[in-house]
Design a binder for this molecule. Sequence first.
Ligand SMILES: *Cc1c(COP(=O)(O)O)cnc(C)c1O
Length: 354
Amino acid sequence: MQITVAETKQRKSKPDDSNLGFGTIFTDHMFNMDYAPEKGWHNPRIEPYSPIIMDPATMVLHYGQGVFEGLKAYKTASGNIQLFRPEDNIKRLNRSARRLCIPEVDEAFLLDALKQLIGVEKDWVPGAPETSLYIRPTIIATDPFLGVRASHTYRLFIILSPVGAYYPEGFNPVKIWVTKDYVRAVRGGVGEAKTLGNYAASLLAGDEAHKEGYTQVLWLDGVEKKYLEEVGSMNIFFVIDGELITPSLNGSILPGITRNSVIQLAKLWDMKISERLISIDELVQAHAGGKLDEIFGSGTAAVISPVGEIKSGDQIFTVGGGEVGPMAKKFYSAITDIQYGRAEDPMGWVEPVA
Ligand SMILES: *Cc1c(COP(=O)(O)O)cnc(C)c1O
């Protein structure tokens, strides 16, 4: 399939690299591709960034049949642009698509399309420290129809947004709040897929956390409300008595690529790493026994996000003296050094673009 390219005649002015924020600025072009049963995925095109005009009956607006991804392009010191594990994002996009009855995409083709789009937009990849070009591939159901069934037609699009550091306070510990009133996902549900609706479902708990002065929600499992699962939009790691622990992928946890990168690096460094069940009680006891060394989240947007305080019920506990711990620092540096080309890439994670 040939990708057609129609470049805009009116390029926007580029923002100041030192003040980008997250997800508010979009580049000049986007990638679009359509699906119809008789044609499969067709008409791949790079064209000016523009609104999508939709019939109000469009299925995604009513039943949320849509999936997305999030990854980044990084500029190296020598001015090259590279992606971090993009094949894994594309594979996950297809896994999420399968879960929502959305037709899969040819993975090699989509990677090529993504590279071409970034090639057209390479001047948009910011160069200031800790900045990057955030990439948002999305697939939505486009049949104009109010019956409940899988759509027959779809649109896949990719938009790009230059972003600064995810946490405006910088690499500082966040405060997280444990909720027993709400759950994010249950086994057999859609929690392990990156679907549009998962985030809608998490907003109310997030609001309550904010009201209490906490940045993110620490989610417990949806059945027993006992086991730790994820934090906000990140996976979570604990360091207890020298052991690095992350909840095992049990069917309701999103399999993060940053999570997997932390696990692979821990193994490479011969660290003690366990993927297992970990309960809130174990955490409380570890804290009481002085053995809870660190907690941190992992995800593309923040890479590693150290946790300094947890509130669960009436208990508030400080983690690592409220400071950024050595493990969080080590993983943050190792992963970002690979992403920005400052270090060797022992796992072959980096994919050059332009
Ligand atoms: C995307 C996402 C993550 C992190 O995945 P990465 O591939 O590391 O960015 C974690 N949890 C949820 C709920 C997510 O949507």
